[in-house]
Design a protein around this ligand. Structure first.
Ligand SMILES: [Zn+2]
Length: 65
């Protein structure tokens, strides 16, 4: 199994592996990124359940809730 994490912006239908519980979530939100010496930053995502614990930044998804 390879990591589904890629650079880019979350959008509808987007799924990513939660950095906290390692589950694939359709509602993943960006919680940060890791700068790498080579290549683009590695974006980290968290599922809606874990995002608050990871200090997720406010997103439109949160605003409408
Ligand atoms: Zn999670």
């Amino acid at each position: 199994m390879t990591a589904a994490t890629q650079t880019g912006t979350p959008e509808e239908g987007f799924t990513a592996v939660c950095v906290h519980c390692k589950r694939i979530s359709a509602g993943a939100v960006v919680v940060g990124s890791i700068e790498r010496a080579s290549g683009p930053p590695l974006v980290q995502y968290a599922c809606p359940d874990c995002a608050p614990k990871h200090g997720a930044e406010p997103t439109p998804y949160d605003v409408i809730h």
